[in-house]
Design a protein around this ligand. Structure first.
Ligand code: HEM
Length: 418
């Protein structure tokens, strides 16, 4: 490079960047060089919030693992030891347990933002699918993490959920044994869940890197859903505009987080999990954490086998398992089911109504999943499940084809600069 060489900090940065262009990369990803739509609203804060949650979970998790004992004989006691004897152990545990709930809340809002503004549509299909992969990994991680304190709910949730795999014809029993590492949930199950619970967050980090890479390749969408023209009044640099806005969001989030951790640390957990796991005593009502409830309701919605002339073709339990996995797999195909050329619900009056209907449907499924599977709740769970599949197949397809959308602005800066 001709000209005067930089000295001091700038010189060191240039020296490193010349050999490993990490600062150039940062500039392109979160610096002034990254041009972003000027009209992103606060719903666009939830991606960075999700990243913040992931980091908090990993740091607190690593500290907890230093004091945790992953054995059926010692796990429950070691968690009590963390709560009572370890310096700030209670804080680490409450941040980690409340953090998992808030992480799901943030990611669910992030997903619904994507649904509302049509962020899953071309050219961001792969970004959406990588997001869904993250969600599946998060679910597996949270499920295994919940087993670790070895309380009654830990033990029985693991038993009930792994049991569902027996429904797979022929190889079901074998799969369950393989998952548990034993004939019942026991020490070997706890060991492998601990190992995988430690591993999966790092897989999530890997997929998040791909997620952000895909995001930066095509750029963020925006509340109008129309394409931005780079280098015009449509865009502003990420730094300082959105770096400050993201930090502000994280600040507000920390306040909400602190209210849970310091004032209601057990609000989102089940009291039975403060009773040590006892394979000889089944709790009257086994429920998963709130973020699994809609999927649990779908799992339990099937009460009848599919039979022809008295021969069972698919039994109810298998139908439940297929529907539960199907409910997530279906979302991977959303960019192709919803063929509407208009992305944002702002310009799709009918889609907007159905968006709120599916939100209400998921609340209904959540409540149905929390209730004992009896009486009216069975029917409401079945209704909610049927509507879920109807929405993400027929309704979205028909809306994409026939809905009369509102006229789109020609550019996102038009309403501001005119
Ligand atoms: C650990 C979990 C996740 C992290 C850290 C994360 C991170 C991010 C970040 C930082 C952004 C840019 C800011 C924003 O648009 O909010 C983003 C955008 C996006 N994410 Fe995620 N995400 C996660 C999970 C998900 C999931 C589960 C989905 C969907 C199933 C998803 C779908 C999307 C989409 C479609 C966009 C582009 C939105 C747009 O520009 O309109 N993400 N993500």
């Amino acid at each position: 490079m001709a000209g005067k060489k930089n000295t001091g900090i700038k010189g060191i940065i240039d020296w490193i960047d010349d050999r490993l262009p990490i600062f150039t990369l940062m500039d392109e990803y979160v610096g002034p060089a990254y041009q972003t739509p000027r009209n992103l609203n606060y719903w666009w804060n939830f991606g960075s919030l999700a990243g913040f949650c992931l980091i908090v979970q990993i740091i607190t998790g690593i500290i907890l693992a230093m004091h945790y004992n992953p054995s059926a004989a010692g796990a429950f006691e070691s968690v009590e030891h963390i709560m009572r004897d370890v310096n700030y152990g209670w804080l680490m545990r409450y941040i980690h347990s409340n953090g998992s709930s808030l992480f799901f809340l943030v990611v669910y809002i992030h997903v619904f933002r994507g649904l509302y503004y049509g962020s899953y549509k071309a050219p961001r299909e792969l970004l959406w699918m990588l997001g869904l992969l993250i969600l599946v990994l998060m679910m597996a991680t949270a499920f295994m993490g919940y087993v670790l304190p070895w309380g009654q709910m830990s033990y029985w949730a693991a038993t009930v959920i792994t049991n569902f795999f027996t429904a797979i014809p022929g190889i079901g029993e074998w799969i369950v044994e393989w998952l548990r590492g034993s004939f019942a949930v026991d020490n070997s199950t706890l060991n492998r869940f601990f190992s995988l619970h430690y591993l999966f967050p790092f897989l999530i980090v890997g997929v998040v890197i791909l997620h952000i890479w895909a995001l930066h390749t095509k750029g963020s969408s925006n509340p109008t859903g129309i394409d931005v023209k780079k280098g015009t009044a449509d865009t502003i640099p990420f730094h300082p505009f959105y770096s400050i806005k993201d930090l502000f969001g994280i600040g507000v989030f920390i306040v909400v987080f602190a209210v849970f951790v310091f004032y209601f640390p057990n609000l989102m957990s089940h009291p039975d999990n403060y009773i040590q796991a006892n394979p000889m005593s089944t709790p009257p009502h086994i429920v998963p954490e709130w973020y699994f409830l809609p999927f649990y309701a779908i799992l339990r919605a099937f009460t009848m086998d599919i039979s022809v002339f008295g021969v069972t073709l698919i039994d109810a339990k298998l139908l439940g398992v297929l529907a539960m996995f199907g409910s997530i797999i279906l979302l991977f195909f959303l960019p192709w089911i919803d063929k509407s050329k208009v992305r944002s619900a702002t310009f799709r009056p009918l889609y907007r109504i159905f968006f709120w209907v599916i939100v209400a449907d998921l609340f209904l499924l959540g409540v149905a999943g929390a209730m004992p599977a009896e009486g009216l709740w069975i029917y409401l769970g079945q209704f909610g499940t049927a509507y879920y599949f109807l929405h993400f197949t027929v309704i979205l397809y028909l809306l994409g084809k026939y809905e009369k959308t509102r006229p789109l602005p020609t550019s996102i800066s038009e309403p501001v600069t005119k």
